[in-house]
Design a protein around this ligand. Structure first.
Ligand code: RB5
Length: 151
């Protein structure tokens, strides 16, 4: 299952991304926001990243104005690897090297056309594993040490 969320700054792009997901037959749950009222991005990052962290969903997409606030918040959650991407290469690497389980986009930074391409690339790219897994294991080790108050 894929879960998606945005603030008001990412709403328009989120709606375009949802249409693209639907057109490739991909099911998703929308965790809001649902109108253009000003809201706080951490509330929506918490919903999406929380679902990934708990194992209730495998993949997530978060969109705010720049993508920065969503990234900062989402990466507080254990097990979350949220990647802010601004072009097609970064979207590919986010999966291939980082196995990002959340793709973060900026609604005020990207055209709809580019963002949709990036989402499709991220979904279609396979994680390479191998040497990259050693690095993800190190991230998990750092995370565990921080949580245990040992780093
Ligand atoms: C909201 O105005 C804006 O700050 C937010 O969408 C995002 O860009 C934060 O990082």
């Amino acid at each position: 299952m894929l879960v998606i969320g945005s603030d008001h700054g990412g709403l328009e792009l989120k709606q375009a991304v949802q249409a693209a997901l639907a057109s490739r037959g991909m099911a998703f749950d929308d965790y809001g926001t649902s109108n253009s009222d000003s809201v706080d991005y951490p509330d929506f990052a918490e919903k999406v990243a929380g679902a990934i962290s708990r194992g209730d969903a495998e993949l997530g997409i978060l969109i705010c104005g720049t993508g920065i606030g969503m990234s900062i918040t989402a990466n507080k959650f254990p097990g979350v690897r949220a990647a802010l991407a601004t072009d097609e290469f970064m979207a590919q690497m986010a999966k291939e090297h980082n196995n990002a389980n959340i793709l973060v986009l900026g609604g005020r930074v990207l055209t709809v056309e580019l963002a949709v391409k990036m989402v499709n690339i991220w979904l279609d790219t396979a994680y390479e594993g191998g040497r990259h897994q050693l690095r993800l294991d190190k991230i998990a080790k750092v995370e565990a040490a921080v949580l245990a108050g040992k780093s």
